[in-house]
Write a protein that binds this ligand. Structure first.
Ligand SMILES: Cc1cc2nc3c(=O)[nH]c(=O)nc-3n(C[C@H](O)[C@H](O)[C@H](O)COP(=O)(O)O)c2cc1C
Length: 213
């Protein structure tokens, strides 16, 4: 290739392994060594199992990568990238309020569709470690809308959420201020289609390269 790649992220596991085995951070160090040997300016990022910013910094230090991607660690903890906030120091009400904000933004982006099911795994992560987590989780996993999620947790919310009226106002404000592009949903469908095409193309290429003769 003639073009220098700006940045490469290594998932440090194979697609088939998903997240079932530990990420091989030693392979990130190999990539860094190869990059340095080739005197390339490509940035190398590593991804897999980083728990928080400090852990990510540690992994970067040990492997020599230029950056670290965090995935699952952000589930239920959108404060992950803010060093000034510790999840354990936040009140249950604040965490649930942000969970509902997330649900409202999600609805704004995707509409009240079946895809709301995808929000449920986030609910499970948001309530993790809360005193009444299992009760909240049981109710939240039935929710099909942000409003139903609110109904499920309203007993655990503090000031600002005393009745349905408050939720309607809250949702209206979130929807008004959320930076979601009006065509985002269309973009999402377009990207999904494109991703599907690319996956199909890569699968047929794979079958060419690995098929036994
Ligand atoms: C719900 C979910 C969806 C993911 N979707 C993709 C994907 O579409 N493409 C991809 O390359 N990796 C995907 N991944 C893998 C992540 O990008 C990441 O490599 C993986 O979660 C390991 O990083 P982590 O330990 O920080 O979560 C997904 C992971 C999760 C949990």
């Amino acid at each position: 290739m003639d073009t220098e790649v700006s940045a490469l992220t290594f998932h440090l596991r194979t697609r088939r392994e998903m997240s079932k085995v530990a990420a091989r951070w030693e392979e990130a160090a190999v990539a860094v060594r190869l990059r340095d040997k080739a005197k390339s300016a490509t940035l190398i990022f590593g991804n897999g199992d980083a728990r928080d910013l400090d852990h990510a910094a540690e992994l970067a230090e040990q492997s020599g990568v230029d950056g670290v991607m965090l995935g699952r660690a952000v589930f239920g903890n959108p404060w992950l990238f803010n060093r000034e906030v510790k999840l354990s120091e936040l009140s249950v009400a604040e965490r649930l309020r942000v969970m509902l904000e997330h649900a409202c933004v999600y609805e704004k982006l995707y509409g009240q569709s079946r895809r709301f099911v995808n929000m449920r795994k986030h609910f499970t992560s948001y309530v993790l470690g809360m005193p009444n987590a299992s009760e909240l989780r049981a109710k939240l996993t039935q929710a099909d809308t942000a409003e139903q999620a609110y109904e499920a947790v309203k007993g655990s919310l503090a000031d600002g959420f005393h009745d349905d009226c408050d939720f309607a106002a809250f949702r209206a404000e979130v929807v008004r201020s959320a930076p979601v592009h009006p065509n985002a949903d269309n973009d999402y469908e377009r990207i999904r289609r494109k991703a599907g095409e690319l996956m199909a193309a890569s699968a047929s290429q794979d079958s060419h390269t690995v098929s036994p003769t």
